[in-house]
Design a protein around this ligand. Structure first.
Ligand SMILES: Cc1cc2nc3c(=O)[nH]c(=O)nc-3n(C[C@H](O)[C@H](O)[C@H](O)COP(=O)(O)OP(=O)(O)OC[C@H]3O[C@@H](n4cnc5c(N)ncnc54)[C@H](O)[C@@H]3O)c2cc1C
Length: 137
């Protein structure tokens, strides 16, 4: 792999970062998913946040006008998003262990994965119960 890296003419490297915005909407524009709150792959939650956010945004808009809908979407979703963005420390420790002992623990955990799927996710993953939105009649 290292030899291929040295010879590659399309090598790409980037920092791992999160997006944390003070507001998710302005006027008639609202952001969802990575554009509003990318949690980075260190949380493993990016797709979930994007899907939950899209559901909450659509449901909030179906019940109200844009301004009120955007406000409700952010009000009802931000706590869940922040909780999951804050998981970054755990993902970091799992993916990039910094001691030999932590590396061995991580590798042992990965070896068991095929026979020991996680029975329960982290509490942050299920911290939001999706509401049933009732569309306007
Ligand atoms: C290495 C890596 C590993 C990851 N691992 C996981 C994981 O294990 N689990 C997990 O849940 N998430 C993971 N993620 C995160 C996940 O991929 C993202 O959080 C998720 O895809 C965000 O969805 P999105 O729809 O918000 O954005 P995106 O999936 O980025 O979709 C945005 C789309 O908009 C398009 N676009 C951009 N500009 C324009 C334009 N001007 N006009 C039209 N289209 C445009 C793009 O081409 C793209 O298709 C990982 C991400 C990375 C980078």
């Amino acid at each position: 792999m290292i030899a291929s890296l040295r010879g590659a003419d399309d090598l790409f490297a980037d920092v791992v970062s999160q997006i944390r915005l003070p507001r998710w909407s302005s006027g008639r524009i609202a952001l969802v998913g990575d554009a509003a709150y990318a949690p980075s792959f260190l949380t493993g939650q990016g797709s979930s946040l994007a899907l939950v956010g899209a559901y909450m945004l659509a449901g909030s808009l179906a019940q109200r006008d844009a301004a009120a809908g955007f406000a409700a979407y952010e009000h009802d979703t931000r706590e869940f998003v922040t909780l999951n963005q804050d998981q970054i420390g755990q993902g970091d420790a799992a993916l990039f262990p910094t001691t030999a002992e932590a590396l061995e623990q991580r590798n042992a955990m990965l070896r068991r994965l095929s026979v020991l799927p996680s029975a329960t996710g982290r509490p942050a993953h299920s911290a939001l119960t999706l509401p049933d939105f009732v569309p306007h009649g």
